[in-house]
Design a protein around this ligand. Structure first.
Ligand code: GAR
Length: 185
């Protein structure tokens, strides 16, 4: 049994969140021991560069076995654009977290990802945007909220400018929360 706090990061896109998790490992005392991707993406290239074992598959039995083989204690969804099957949610209950670029429960649910979220924030005339780290449950973006970070909306914001500030906030918040969960908080 390994004492290091091993995390697995699941990603589908450019992997800038994964990169921040890799870069923050020493500061917060966890280890990215496995990266899971469901398609070819930049996140997989980043994992390879950091010499982190990477699994590219859509087969959940294979993923589950690999999580156990790598003694994973926490799964972090970082821009992973696939629905987690119910049986995985149940088996890993309390051990899967997700980062979402809005102040949930606002602007969440199926189809709400990336720039669409900030478009919805601006269309709703919200004064505050931000991001949420939450536990993953069978309901998309519906699990218990762990922490949020608020970003003020400015009158001249475009979806892109707002998304940039929200992503900065995400990258501060997520490694911190992994560190907190490692400490058992
Ligand atoms: C992040 O901004 C994350 O919040 C978002 O995808 C981005 C991943 O970027 N996730 C969602 O919208 C989930 N509903 P990255 O690939 O550069 O890390």
């Amino acid at each position: 049994m390994n004492d290091t706090f091993h995390i697995a990061v699941f990603a589908s896109g450019t992997g800038t969140t994964l990169q921040r998790l890799i870069d923050s490992q020493d500061r917060y005392g966890y280890r990215v021991a496995l990266v899971v991707v469901n398609r070819e993406c930049m996140a997989a290239d980043r994992a390879a560069k950091a010499h982190i074992p990477t699994l590219q598959t859509k087969d959940w039995e294979t993923i589950d076995n690999s999580l156990r083989a790598h003694e994973i204690k926490l799964i972090v969804l970082a821009g992973f654009l696939a629905i987690i099957p119910n049986w995985i949610c149940k088996k890993w209950e309390g051990q899967i977290i997700n980062i979402h670029p809005s102040l949930l429960p606002k602007h969440g649910g199926k189809g709400m990802y990336g720039i669409r979220v900030q478009e919805a924030v601006l269309a709703a005339g919200d004064k505050e945007a931000g991001c949420t780290v939450h536990y993953v449950s069978a309901e998309v973006d519906g699990g218990r909220i762990i922490a949020q970070s608020v970003v003020e909306v400015q009158s001249n914001d475009t979806p892109q400018s707002l998304a940039e500030r929200v992503q900065q906030a995400e990258k501060q918040l997520l490694p911190q929360i992994v560190g907190r969960l490692k400490a058992g908080d």
